[in-house]
Design a protein around this ligand. Structure first.
Ligand SMILES: Nc1ncnc2c1ncn2[C@@H]1O[C@H](COP(=O)(O)OP(=O)(O)OP(=O)(O)O)[C@@H](O)[C@H]1O
Length: 262
């Protein structure tokens, strides 16, 4: 029996500022568990998530088909997509630094629904304890928890999570992975992640991008067992914890993330 995907992306093409960033990307996201979107630096992972959630810059041109539960998403404004159950945790977390934790959460409440504070505080007791603290003074890990908690206040059909462990200490990476594992028990997740230990722990399916095209799709655990394949697709062996773009002591210092000094 075939299982209907929660998300189907077909022939997605994104051009921004004269660059053809995505060139006919097609993949599906299963209705349960974590599907990971992998690839080297600059292949178009964030561009893919932003196209799905309607956040391609105004000077960009998006073509193709994106469907969630058979409903077309393209050309619908982001706030409608979010209201329709598409949760998005961006790469840079985007918490309001000058507002408190409680205010950040309040801003995420959707009108006409009951926000699930109990669920969020059960996952992140620290957010409850730090309600009056300014978000800008939280640690990176705490800000990531706030960014995820904000999205979980509402019901979601699908979560898009972009590099949640980026720049976090190993202990906090483990905490974030634990949270995502619990979250993925109830809502499917499309995850961009460079830390292969986290991918190994969480991901069921994998989609690998290379130069704006899909280079490989299949079972994530099988991919990680194929050291030569992961090396050719990601530039790193599956025995290594991080893809080379990840910022960590074990990562190659020669390859920097976007926006970081080389
Ligand atoms: N607004 C934009 N204007 C111009 N170029 C852009 C824009 N957004 C993305 N790009 C370019 O598109 C390419 C893909 O970027 P994207 O952020 O999607 O890659 P990524 O796979 O997420 O990379 P990373 O792993 O480094 O986060 C890059 O070359 C990037 O410079």
């Amino acid at each position: 029996m075939s299982v209907e995907p929660v998300l189907a992306v077909e022939d997605l093409s994104v051009r921004i500022a004269g660059l053809h960033i995505l060139q006919g990307v097609s993949f599906t996201v299963a209705p349960t568990g974590v599907t990971v979107l992998l690839g080297r630096n600059g292949v178009g992972k964030t561009t893919t998530l932003r196209a799905i959630v309607g956040l391609t810059p105004r000077n960009g041109d998006v073509r193709g088909t994106i469907r969630m539960d058979a409903q077309s998403l393209l050309a619908r404004p982001t706030h409608r997509l979010v209201r329709g159950g598409l949760g998005y945790v961006p790469e840079d977390r985007c918490v309001f630094a000058g507002l408190t934790v409680a205010e950040n959460l309040r801003l995420a409440e959707r009108r006409g629904t009951t926000p699930a504070y109990d669920k969020v505080f059960a996952l992140f007791p620290e957010l409850d304890r730090r309600g009056r603290q300014r978000a800008g003074s939280l640690s990176g890990g705490q800000q990531q928890m706030l960014a995820i908690g904000r999205v979980l206040l509402n019901d979601n059909r699908l979560l898009l999570v972009d590099e949640p462990t980026k720049g976090l200490a190993p202990k906090v990476v483990t905490e974030v992975a634990e949270v995502l594992e619990r979250v993925a028990g109830s809502v499917p997740v499309l995850l961009v992640e460079q830390n292969l230990a986290v991918v190994r722990r969480l991901a069921k399916d994998a989609v690998v991008l290379s130069a704006g095209k899909v280079a490989w799709t299949g079972n994530a655990q099988e991919l990680l067992l194929e050291t030569a394949l992961t090396k050719s697709l990601l530039g790193v062996g599956s025995g290594e914890e991080h893809a080379p773009s990840a910022r960590s002591e074990v990562a190659s210092p020669a390859v920097a993330r976007k926006g970081e000094p080389r």
